[in-house]
Write a protein that binds this ligand. Structure first.
Ligand SMILES: Nc1ncnc2c1ncn2[C@@H]1O[C@H](COP(=O)(O)OP(=O)(O)OP(=O)(O)O)[C@@H](O)[C@H]1O
Ligand SMILES: [Mg+2]
Length: 573
């Protein structure tokens, strides 16, 4: 965390410096007061009293300047620190691979970037305000009481270890409770985030009550965990009060006797009691600060977990590697999801897609089609074997170079808040209007876009809610085409598009992007029968590959799919 303090070092140092000013002024006050009593009142010297009062006023004013300066600088330092930390955590999350994201839950990442960083920020600002104040007030106070009376000071010095022991006990008990609290907070955020993202499904299935209950459970758990931690901490108030009061009683008992004996002046005992208050107050503050720190320590650990995670997909070392032809080779590739621990999802996949070839992947739900294509742009890394693009292992490419050459329309069509035009520019920021229009034409998005009153300037809601499923799919294809990739991956991207539109899209792709290597994943035979090659995937393995006609001749499973979708006659044709 120190790294994040460095840019704000000046403010971080100025803040305690101003605090020092305040502390000195605080320490002066009781002395001045005792003078008023022991000199001014005793000698009935009004002028002395007035003069000392004025000095006290000035001292108080200087103290205020110190306090305000401290507050301003600590705020500047802590907010700046938190801003930088937050942006680094966010940037780190952006660099995460799919597997990293699967590992941390989204809700937990939200808590870590918001609540955890706020905890650290609070602790940091409290520290630079109090870290100086407490020890100086404490040491200053001890020095002052010792100068007044050694004997009486012993009472105070005895109370300190008792208080310290108590604070230590609180801290060791508190830490696991704080950890529990943050974990419950994760849960609340995860439930809420998942719930809001899927609110339409929840309503459609009438699952609102179930979801409400789920949220209530998570929320109650958080409340209980917080109560448990706070109950523990609330012990500290009465306990510290008790220790303070006992010390005061002892001090007045002994101090009173000393005043009677003439060993101490009345003003001195007043000043003494004031210093004792300050000493005990500084100890109380320290204990709170330590609690704050202990809580922040938990958050620091959680934030560091994010910052120290190595994205398991990172840039390769070959800076010159570019996708130029679009040839894709799978060499004995196997894959299992890193955190699922189950069987491999893909087994011994080998095939080559030549530049310009259209390769279709056909297979039952869950057979591994999406997984297979996701390996090409390294959304996940292979477990065994290798994937070459233009003869270079995908792991050697810089990620931007690799992904820049590959256009992907993922199975789930996600668009972002903004206009259609902005969404299409996602593929390439600098794309001209002509390029955008061309991509939209080929993806068959242009007809419906032109029917919208605002055309390309139509604003899309979050995730593109104001479009139909098929419209979204077409925009996603257009978005992938805008950057003129060498390799295009369409993962079930025409499932919600009617047959004739789908045929137009495929024709357009062939005519305009003839040299592009295209992977088409589809469930419909009609979507794949024109492909140069069809990979038939079953349970993670390629069971046959060939053209529609070849497979129709020899592959029983393929024949079965054809006859179920197109009827017996299609097999004879
Ligand atoms: N992120 C993930 N973590 C763990 N397992 C996963 C993950 N994504 C998919 N799987 C598993 O991998 C297998 C293959 O999934 P995949 O999405 O590749 O299937 P698919 O052939 O694309 O299916 P569909 O036709 O339904 O899209 C499935 O059994 C699925 O449970
Ligand atoms: Mg899929």
């Amino acid at each position: 965390m120190l790294k994040y303090i460095r840019p704000y070092l000046l403010w971080t140092l100025l803040s305690p410096a101003f605090m020092l000013l305040e502390v000195f002024m605080d320490l002066l006050q009781p002395q001045l007061m005792s003078r008023i009593i022991d000199v001014g009142v005793k000698n009935s010297d009004t002028a002395y009293i007035v003069r000392t009062c004025i000095i006290m006023g000035l001292v108080a004013l200087t103290g205020v300047v110190g306090g305000v300066g401290n507050m301003i600088f600590s705020t500047k330092a802590s907010y700046g620190f938190a801003k930088d930390l937050r942006s680094d955590v966010y940037r780190k999350i952006q660099s995460f691979s799919f597997a990293n994201i699967d590992n941390f839950k989204t809700g937990s990442l939200v808590t870590r970037t918001t609540n955890d960083i706020t905890q650290i920020q609070n602790a940091f600002s409290t520290c630079i305000r109090m870290l100086i104040r407490s020890p100086f007030l404490f040491i200053g106070g001890i020095v002052m009481v010792c100068t007044i009376s050694w004997d009486l000071a012993l009472v105070v010095i005895c109370a300190i270890p008792v208080l310290a022991l108590f604070v230590w006990f609180l801290l060791t008990k508190g830490r696991p409770l704080f950890m529990g609290m943050q974990q419950k907070m994760d849960r609340v955020n995860t439930v809420m985030q998942e719930n809001l993202a899927g609110i339409r499904v929840i309503k459609a299935f009438g699952r609102s009550d179930f979801e409400k209950q789920k949220f209530k459970t998570a929320n109650d758990d958080l409340c209980n965990a917080s109560l448990k931690a706070m109950r523990m901490m609330s012990l500290s108030f009465p306990a510290i009060n008790l220790i303070m009061n006992v010390t005061m009683i002892l001090m007045y008992t002994f101090g009173g006797k000393m005043v009677f004996n003439g060993a101490l002046k009345p003003g001195q005992i007043m000043a003494f009691s004031n210093y004792v208050m300050q000493i005990l107050f500084s100890l109380t503050m320290s204990s709170f600060m330590l609690m704050f720190l202990s809580r922040a320590g938990v958050s620091v650990k959680r934030v560091n977990e994010v910052l120290n995670t190595q994205p398991d997909v990172s840039d390769g070392t070959n800076r010159d590697a570019q996708v130029t032809q679009g040839m894709v080779e799978f060499k004995d590739v196997s894959f299992r999801y890193p955190n699922s621990g189950g069987d491999p999802v893909l087994r011994h996949i080998s095939f080559t897609a030549a530049p310009g070839e259209t390769v279709a992947i056909l297979g039952a739900t869950g057979s591994g089609k999406s997984t297979l294509v996701n390996l090409i742009p390294r959304l996940y890394d292979v477990s065994e074997g290798e994937i070459l693009v233009d003869g270079i292992n995908v792991k050697e490419y810089e990620l931007n170079a690799l992904r820049g050459g590959i256009g992907v329309a993922l199975q789930e069509s996600v668009l972002f808040t903004g206009t259609i035009d902005e969404n299409l520019h996602w593929g390439d920021d600098s794309a001209s209007d002509a390029v955008i229009k061309e991509a939209a034409e080929i993806a068959q998005a242009a007809p419906f876009v032109s029917r919208l009153t605002d055309g390309y300037e139509t604003a899309l809601g979050q995730r593109g809610v104001n479009l139909s499923g098929g419209q979204k799919q077409r925009l996603c294809i257009a978005r992938a085409l805008v950057k003129h990739p060498r390799i295009l991956i369409l993962d079930d991207s025409t499932s919600a598009v009617d047959l004739s539109t789908e045929a137009k899209i495929q024709t357009g792709l062939r005519e305009v992007f003839g040299d592009m290597t295209v992977f088409i994943i589809a469930q419909r035979i009609s979507s794949v029968m024109d492909a140069d090659r069809i990979l038939l995937l079953d349970n993670g393995e390629i069971i046959d590959t060939g053209t529609h006609n070849e497979l129709k001749q020899r592959c029983a499973i393929y024949r079965e799919i054809v006859s179920s979708q197109l009827g017996e006659e299609a097999l004879k044709a």
